[in-house]
Design a binder for this molecule. Structure first.
Ligand SMILES: C[S@@+](CC[C@H](N)C(=O)[O-])C[C@H]1O[C@@H](n2cnc3c(N)ncnc32)[C@H](O)[C@@H]1O
Length: 530
């Protein structure tokens, strides 16, 4: 497969591994609504935030929607030009080193995106789907790195979103660019989107047919007389004797015997005049699927709806080019069930959170969202405020200047900031809790999040891939020991299979460990720090 190269690529392809693990620090004052909603809004660089989420959510996220900076080169629009963000500039300097001075706008964008996409992939469930919004500035580059990271064979579609409702006549080229793209990939092969709901409004029962609601459908086939002579014949209405020939160049959809059976069943609708064309009844009950294909051209939802939504919630235009929640909702609906987790690591004004809350209200579902936003001003004063208003309800002024009440969607979210790194020069930082150490150890050992059932009261953290993982850590009250001795081993909760035990030292001989199927790992030396 051809791959894309750029200045700085070597420095970033494995950079996700070097990103240190940090804790996430809860901020109660900025959290809103139900505390057990499971929704998170994280303030900080998504590179650190995504890494911090791994011990909790690796392989658990069903749908990712991101709308990264499009890299338009428009310095005036800070959110769309990540290059101008001082934090990202500094990060590039550190990670790419001297080469960073030669980076073009596109090199920088690729360096920024690559490690973040790698971490996003790690968070995705085996049957998960990622959607990435983008425009012409970076679509070609994005496609190349998505193919590289997610696998070309997992590309589901490049959707065309017709984002502009009205023609733009001001462009230099006189071309009105009316669309953006949404690249989508599954984590594995065989992943399907749900499809669009069928439009059942066309079904009714004007003649009280005992088989229920129906709609009429053409019975013309696609084949010509020459191609399928058996489909080319005249149909006769048995009640009137009127005969209806097919058009000159096309036959019917069914062969004569099938057509006669349908006539006997009362499924063929005959017109009153011989010049009309018979049609058939299609019954709602016979539809094989409730959904039709999801079109790769998304039409009917426009950028200005996102703009109006923000203006309605805030009373002014506090954020440009917010995505319409309706668009994000459509995508989420395509890729998730009622309990799934949705992640947006370039959250901006929080439209993905808004979409999840709307969907939960409409479908009585309990989907959860995780949002990450770099800029504190956007996270705190735009995303938080927006989500609080849509959760609790708000008053807005309609176009006629009248006050209207928008009812709250309910729910809530917990606000987090990026906290301290897990390690200092000696090992785990002193103030880190047993649970945080446990989550970290379990994840780095197994690549999976620690099971929910682990209560932090026992050194047995759970099992994954057939291996039981134990942690003897000084803060653990029940054992009070972090040295593996015969007596400690005797009081560990049993696990029938190979075990990995973490502790500060081990006083059991190698032969016994082998016989008991135990691998001992020494804290802090054997703990992977990144
Ligand atoms: C195009 S906007 C997203 C808009 C969003 N979809 C909405 O509807 O409001 C991109 C956002 O990503 C944020 N961002 C850029 N780099 C980031 C990073 N490294 N970590 C987290 N957020 C970042 C920007 O601050 C900006 O708010």
């Amino acid at each position: 497969m051809p791959t894309l190269d750029w200045i700085g690529k070597q420095a970033v392809v494995n950079h996700h591994k070097d990103v240190p693990f940090h804790l996430l620090k809860q901020n109660h004052a900025l959290s809103v609504g139900e505390s057990d909603s499971g929704n998170l809004l994280i303030e900080g660089d998504n590179l650190l935030a995504l890494k911090a989420l791994l011990p909790y959510y690796a392989g658990k996220v069903k749908c990712i929607y991101i709308d990264p900076p499009y890299n338009t080169g428009n310095e005036n629009w800070v959110y769309n030009d990540n290059v101008s963000n001082p934090a990202i500039q500094e990060w590039l300097g550190k990670v790419v080193g001297k080469e960073a001075e030669d980076l073009s706008r596109h090199d920088k964008w690729l360096c920024m995106m690559y490690p973040r996409l790698v971490l996003l992939r790690e968070l995705l469930r085996e049957d998960g789907v990622i959607f990435v919004s983008i425009d012409d500035n970076e679509v070609a580059h994005l496609r190349c790195i998505m193919d590289e990271i997610f696998g070309q064979q997992h590309h589901l579609a490049t959707f065309i979103w017709k984002s502009r409702q009205h023609i733009d006549s001001r462009t230099k080229t006189r071309i009105s660019v009316d669309h953006e793209y949404i690249l989508s990939y599954g984590k594995n092969l065989g992943i399907q989107l749900r499809g669009r709901e069928r439009d059942l409004t066309k079904f009714s029962n004007p003649d009280n047919d005992s088989r229920g609601d129906w709609m009429s459908r053409s019975i013309l086939g696609l084949a010509t007389k020459e191609q399928r002579p058996n489909l080319y014949y005249s149909i006769t209405n048995p009640e009137t004797g009127m005969s209806y020939p097919p058009p000159k160049n096309r036959g019917w959809r069914y062969a004569k015997e099938t057509m006669e059976a349908k006539i006997l069943d009362g499924c063929i609708l005959f017109p009153k005049t011989p010049s009309g064309r018979p049609r058939e009844k299609v019954f709602e009950k016979d539809l094989k699927q409730a959904y039709t294909g999801f079109p790769s051209v998304i039409d009917g939802i426009f950028t200005n709806e996102g703009t109006h939504e923000v203006r309605r919630i805030f009373g002014e235009q506090v954020f440009d080019f917010s995505k319409p929640p309706q668009l994000v909702k459509e995508l989420i609906q395509q890729a998730t069930g009622s309990e799934d987790i949705v992640l947006d690591s370039f959250a901006g004004s929080g439209s993905t959170g808004h979409a999840v809350l709307q969907l939960n209200r409409e479908e009585r579902s309990s989907r959860r969202f995780i949002l990450i936003e770099l800029e504190p001003e956007i996270a705190r004063y735009i995303a938080v405020v927006r989500l609080r208003r849509v959760i609790e309800g708000y008053i807005y002024e309609n176009q006629r200047g009248n006050q209207q009440h928008e009812f709250g969607l309910g729910g809530g979210f917990t606000y987090y900031e990026i906290g301290e790194p897990l390690f200092d020069a000696q090992g785990f930082r002193k103030e880190i809790s047993f649970e945080d150490v446990a989550r970290y150890v379990f994840f780095t050992e197994t690549g999976a999040p620690m099971p929910e059932s682990t209560d932090g009261k026992t050194p047995f953290l759970g099992c994954a891939n057939g291996i039981g993982v134990y942690l003897l850590y000084e803060k653990h009250w029940a054992i009070g020991e972090n040295v593996l001795t015969r007596s400690v081993l005797n009081c560990l909760p049993p696990y029938d299979g190979p075990k990995v035990i973490y502790g500060t030292s081990c006083r059991i001989g190698a032969t016994t460990l082998k016989r008991e199927g135990i691998t001992f790992r020494q804290i802090p030396y054997d703990v992977r720090r990144v």
